[in-house]
Design a protein around this ligand. Sequence first.
Ligand code: ADP
Ligand code: MG
Length: 485
Amino acid sequence: MIKPARIFDRDFEWRHLAAFAARDGGRPRLGVVSGRRRQGKTFLVEALARETGGMYFGATQATEAESLHLFSEALAEYTEAPVPPRFVSWDEAITYLFSVAGTRPRPIVIDEFPYLSAASPALPSILQREIDRAVARANSISLLLCGSAISVMGKLLAGSAPLRGRASLELVVRPFDYPLAARFWNINDPALAVRHHAVVGGTPAYRRFVNDDSPEGLADFDDWVLRTVLNPATPLFREARYLLEEEADIRDTALYHSVLAAVAGGNNTRGGIAGYIGRKAADIGHHLNVLEDCGLLRREPDLFRQGRSVYRIAEPLIVFYQVVMRPRWGLLESGRAATVWLDAKSRFSAQVVGPHFEQVCREFALAAPSDTFGGLPAEVGAGIVADPARRTQIEVDIAVLAPADPGEPRRVLSLGEVKWGEVMGIRHVERLRRARELLAGKGFDTRNTVIACYGGAGFDPELRTSANGDRVLTIGLKELYEQRE
Ligand SMILES: Nc1ncnc2c1ncn2[C@@H]1O[C@H](COP(=O)(O)OP(=O)(O)O)[C@@H](O)[C@H]1O
Ligand SMILES: [Mg+2]
């Protein structure tokens, strides 16, 4: 089945969806498609239903009775019945669905499934029962459940959930990675691509939100910001707020905004967040869990200190909102974007692009082929190495570890430092060499550890002519974007 031209990339996802929908009579199939909002789930599954002549039903927040009514209308269209069937319960509706779909080899898509199961908690068990019956009856229904509430979709197939073990497709639709995002927006200049990605990330919907307006070049970036994300007339303007408000589990948004502001401002440990918002660390555990569950926050372990971790915001737009927009919301709403942006530009560079550039470099390292660091990366992250003799600690921005070998010391493939706005020199390399020495003392295998400098503003020439033959890898903007073409 040919992927429609309007779908950019997503070849992997389309291949699996097409295989799922392909005729394979004699047994029922269940697929689950999940992922954060705006990543293009509906776009994909709706296209699949359309290409195959299957049924697409997009649930909304509604009562059970209203949902049943809407579902029966979608079903009538699919079966070409002149009058929609009348259902009094999901039990009836699902039994009917299996009876009519079992003989039609076309997929049934139920989108925004969490809205249905929220109003009708028995729905997953009803589906389980019908799927098990369908096995016995050689019914060949292909049922695709799709949804954004990661907490609900994740639990659908987990642990003792009724549908566990019954799915043959489990697809997570993620944002485009940073090189792909640049291509999606037609951006060829890496210096522009990094800044642009620090605002809209790899979320496909945001291109539509700004009417396909892409910056024309680095010189157009400021104006692009004013035309799009800081412009109250674009949907992108309010998006960071909606992302929180649309989460069913989030009620008191004020506290959640404060947690995100803390992390965006660089207070990214649990204690740091609690201190920033004036609560005890024990009192924010629930909020952190909810934000993690809905995919807005990520917890990343410190690779050198067991049990320590930091939080990072998963969606760049939220960082941008917290640092640039939220403190000046009133001015922005009244159309004073130019003033706000002028005042915010240094914060944007230091608090938005700087940390974001680190993240881009970590993604680069994780996807690096084995000849970059002399082995395939298994884990990439930041880590802190204590230096007791000098009474200090060294923060390593990008540590790359090889897969763990039981009984062997953990191999450190690379230690790297990232600088967005500063030319990198030998002092950065010296710190990393010191960290390497200390890690060797802690039992890591550092014999082949590559020292790496990731620079957004270039490198001192002396870096490449290191005296003792110890290779220093320099990765600039060009390298970040060219390798994965
Ligand atoms: N692969 C893609 N190529 C082009 N546009 C896309 C792609 N994925 C998503 N979009 C755009 O993003 C919009 C929102 O996607 P949607 O399917 O509603 O996201 P989700 O269902 O995950 O919340 C789509 O209507 C489309 O304009
Ligand atoms: Mg959708």
